[in-house]
Design a protein around this ligand. Sequence first.
Ligand SMILES: Nc1ncnc2c1ncn2[C@@H]1O[C@H](COP(=O)(O)OP(=O)(O)OP(=O)(O)O)[C@@H](O)[C@H]1O
Length: 384
Amino acid sequence: MHVTHLSLTDYRNYATAEIDLSAGATLLVGRNGQGKTNLVEAIGYLSTLGSHRVSSDQALIRAGAEAAIIRARLQHAGRELLVEVQLNRGAANRAQVNRSPIKTRELPRYCHSVLFAPEDLALVRGEPGVRRRFLDELLVQQTPRLAGVMSDYDRVLRQRNTLLKSARSSGLREAQLSTLEIWDERLVTLGSEIIDERSALVAELAEPLRVAYRGIVDADHGPALVPLLSIDGRESADVPVVSEIPAIPTADRFRAALANQRRAELDRGVTLAGPHRDDVLLELNGLPAKGYASHGESWSFALALKLASAELLRRDSAGGDPVLILDDVFAELDRRRRESLAAAITGYEQVLITAAVLEDVPDALAERVVHIHRGEIVDGPRDE
Ligand SMILES: Nc1ncnc2c1ncn2[C@@H]1O[C@H](COP(=O)(O)OP(=O)(O)OP(=O)(O)O)[C@@H](O)[C@H]1O
């Protein structure tokens, strides 16, 4: 798919913006802080319902405005689609497809994109939550129904934690015990599906990740992904690790982990096992990337993860290619790696690139250049 037109209203530093886009590569150029990232972030929002830079939507609404609107015309296998989301300061967000209301969480069904930005270094160096979010966003783009499973899991988790907290202060009474058992079953059913989907995705990513990493770095060592599951007892040494118990269904392992943690959970008032505590270990050359890989290696690893996810979406989604977005990427690369990256992304239906310096981007990707100046899209270059 590709975006043919993007309209923004009160989004970040744009009062209004209208931009026609076409298939192929488009380079958005402008000095620092003009609104290049804001523009591509808006497209990313349509496919992930979030920003790669902030966790709350509030910062996306223009200062002083009450609501922001992102509207995009998409073309996909010859069909046109108009998707729209309104981000409201004081109320729930609203979404539409072809002017008919839909549930906001349905939006990623229609718009697929993969965005890589310097913030993605946190995939390698950051906390487990960043990696969980990466996997979950990709899963939702592949299988939109999972958004519902994930939000149901979060709700059950919150309710279970509330119960654990109240049991902590007043002791676990008989009635609370049976309620806890009901929450446990719901948690296990929903959580096991998330764990299994994530594990399958990690396995699927392995090969495209290796190919993408070698494409950028030309190294003889490769990256690897190893799932770390809290239900396999990373917090208690007496529980066997996953590789030793492959035949036991996830739900049984999850149930056993909850039983094992019951006392600790009642002491601490939180749920200690489940997909909300899982992680994926990124390895390079047999060592954990976090804490061992160099800056350049970590950066290439994160970029390769994103290219691998684009490759998976392109392979198995009926939606065709995702829009590939490279935000501020080329300034970080030497000349050879710039050329390798340019070669790795040729063939994607649409690639959007942002750069402060036009010369940083290989000529092949700079055939169509759009200049951005102080929250406005301008035709010619601005020098001030
Ligand atoms: N909610 C908001 N309301 C108004 N302005 C905002 C809002 N959020 C961000 N901005 C402004 O947007 C500008 C940053 O835009 P953006 O991040 O797109 O820059 P950029 O062109 O990608 O720059 P760089 O090359 O430095 O990455 C900043 O001036 C910031 O103050």
